[in-house]
Design a protein around this ligand. Sequence first.
Ligand SMILES: Cc1cc2nc3c(=O)[nH]c(=O)nc-3n(C[C@H](O)[C@H](O)[C@H](O)COP(=O)(O)OP(=O)(O)OC[C@H]3O[C@@H](n4cnc5c(N)ncnc54)[C@H](O)[C@@H]3O)c2cc1C
Length: 506
Amino acid sequence: MEERNARVFLDVSDGSVAMTEHAVVIAGGGPAGMMLAAELALAKVDVAVVERRPNHVLAGSRAGGFHSRTIEVLDQRGVADRFLAEGQVAQAAMFGTTVLDMSDFPTRHPYSLGIWQNQIERIMAAWIAELPVRISYGCEVTGFAQDDTGVDVRLSDGESLRARYLVGCDGGRSLIRKAAGIEFPGWDPTKSNLIAEVEMTEEPPRGIRHDATGIHGLHRMEDGRTVRVVVTEQQLGPSSEPTLRNLSEALITVYGTDFGIHNPTWISRFTDMTRQAAAYRVGRVLLAGDAAHVHYPAGGQGLSLGVQDALNLGWKLAQVVNGTSPESLLDTYQDERHPVAARALKHTMAQTALQRRDERIKALVDVVSELASMDEPRKRLAGIISGLDVHYDLGEGHPLLGRRMPDLDLITADGPLRLFELLHDARPLLLNLGQPGDFDITPWADRVQLIDASCKGEWELPVLGVVSAPTAVLIRPDGYVAWVGDANHLGLPDALATWFGPPTAA
Ligand SMILES: Cc1cc2nc3c(=O)[nH]c(=O)nc-3n(C[C@H](O)[C@H](O)[C@H](O)COP(=O)(O)OP(=O)(O)OC[C@H]3O[C@@H](n4cnc5c(N)ncnc54)[C@H](O)[C@@H]3O)c2cc1C
């Protein structure tokens, strides 16, 4: 069993290097890094985050929110209300320029949440501060060396950390990915946008504008003073940092004026470069979030993908570190998450193409809009953008297998509760909806909760519709179904051992 508290020891080879040891070190404290830290801390794993920024504050507003499954994921941990209280729910899942109304989806959160990334990160930072997570701000990972038992992580302050595992959540330009020699195949950028927060002497027009170059938008922020600008550049911009002058020129080209921009608090550039790491793990080094996949922000899925990578990896890494499961469990992280991001990348490229508005593309936009407003395609696309349709390939069986567990209203011996409440501690769960006392999972009782309950109503899944009601369900800590029971309990011991380690001897 891994020691929970960090240990400081002297590297006796030269007698001088003070090295702190953690079970897991995470490079990068953005949304993916913070989510992973929370998952590990909930599983009682000693985790340290190293973040380059001096604190959690983000220079600009960046992402504009997240979609339904991410709200559910946060709900599974009991913290969704913190985000819902600060954001605005809206039908904002889009494909190209078509809004995909998902208000009829069977979830407690059939909408997206509009909330700026700097607010998201503030709330996440406050959450992980309540958990046993060590975070070192103002410090950068500069390199690492891995061996059979762990990873030496070099830091910009000259210190080193020793970890059993290192996870690169260090964004699209990931040093961890590069230093691990992981290939990042995909597509070079073809277009770029400037994004900024500035003040303007003239009143800007509101809303989104499309032209042959792409999408442009001006949005007055909540403070009433700052305007968020997103403008597509006429040519692909250089990789150097953009200036106020670049922004002025880009605005004049599109709008004929720069609206008297001044006092920028943030100017940045993003492109439609689309790439995905060929491997999510090399030995004791793993990747999650933008470090593993980058794409144009059309559809607003990047942050959600990273949070869900972390959700998938967290409990698996915890079980390996805690000695509950063999290292091979980590292979399922790439098996499950790589296809999800690959699909998102494909859809993002399609959406990016739909943002250009010459007459030919406009014809395509019209065709796609017409199709996307029909019931079946709308549900299909909304399932993808919202993340509610994610299906991990866990073999043949009931439609629930490998899909998200719905947040049922349960009646238990302790009274009524929502299923997601049983996942707050990130522990696996065997939910028995048949005869109480039907199951005996004593050899796994130290790891898996067993709850006898009943629930009423039909079982309906997003996109798929109504499915037959199971008599029992084995739910992983990430909320995905690992086994579905019927009249007999065939396959349960195998599923328990596969996902939650071998049985404990009596
Ligand atoms: C304009 C725009 C709009 C977007 N809109 C949306 C949206 O609406 N919805 C959505 O889901 N996504 C959106 N995204 C995407 C989203 O912002 C990213 O996908 C998300 O931030 C990725 O999170 P991450 O934690 O993987 O990486 P990052 O947020 O990039 O975090 C990486 C962290 O690692 C730190 N770091 C880097 N290198 C090191 C190092 N060597 N050592 C220590 N620390 C390091 C960085 O300081 C940073 O804090 C948008 C992006 C842009 C640009």
